[in-house]
Design a protein around this ligand. Structure first.
Ligand code: 5RP
Length: 223
């Protein structure tokens, strides 16, 4: 079994009957959704809130009942992947382009679990390019601003080399920062820019991290 499958299946054990569950996006979350599909088939009663069109398609194919984020008071538990997790458990997400819906779902959740392989655990954030979702109208203005600040923006393209468009209809610029000295300051600056819809800094958000190693799974209860 590969590491992503190990952590996906481990995380599925946290899901209990009656829960509303946020379903993450990406190649690790894929295994979580598969495992939940299996448990639903065996009688588990849950409702899922998806974080992307991809995950929605997968959940529907497995007959996992879904509910719109608008129609829930709160989500009991969200399980998602992550691109980087620092020593103080701050995260970068959005490598798969779903950061906006992922953050909306996480913000509505009582508990958040991230599932990763150990290559994602770092001392300090930033080696993974930071995704920033921006309005498509006049996007080059923000792009130039990022360039002028030395943030090394790269406009994300899809497999056909067209501009990547998110489920929300926006573009993504990946900032190649190498290292992020102060994630809280950077997040606040990005939050204040007109045209920035959301960024991939997920700060003070995760409750439990499930880390997969070659032949073991480690549970880190953060808060
Ligand atoms: C998608 C995400 C993913 O959770 C993140 O990119 C990790 O993906 P993977 O499990 O495929 O490495 O944030 O927007």
């Amino acid at each position: 079994m590969n590491i992503k499958q190990m952590v996906g299946e481990k995380a599925a054990e946290y899901v209990e009957d009656g829960m509303i569950v946020g379903l993450g996006t990406g190649s690790t979350a894929y295994y979580l959704v598969e495992a939940l599909g299996k448990r639903v088939k065996e009688g588990l009663k849950i409702k899922g809130v998806t974080t992307s069109s991809r995950t929605k398609e997968q959940a529907e194919s497995l007959n996992i009942p879904l509910v719109d984020l608008n129609d829930v008071e709160k989500i009991d538990l969200t399980i998602d992947g992550s691109d980087e997790i620092s020593a103080d458990y701050q995260g970068i997400k959005g490598g798969g382009g779903a950061l906006l819906f992922e953050k909306l779902v996480a913000n509505a959740s009582e508990k958040v679990i991230w599932i990763v392989d150990d290559s994602k655990m770092v001392i300090r954030l930033g080696a993974f390019p930071l995704p920033v979702e921006i309005v498509s109208f006049g996007y080059k203005q923000l792009f130039r601003l990022f360039e002028s600040k030395g943030l090394k923006p790269v406009l994300r393209l899809d497999d056909s080399k067209e501009i990547y468009v998110t489920d929300g209809g926006h573009y993504i610029v990946d900032l190649h920062l190498n290292t992020i000295e102060n994630p809280i300051e950077l997040a606040a600056w990005l939050d204040g820019l007109t045209g920035v819809i959301e960024h991939g800094l997920f700060l003070n958000m995760v409750h439990t991290v499930i880390v997969g190693h070659e032949d073991s799974v480690e549970i880190l209860d953060v808060r």
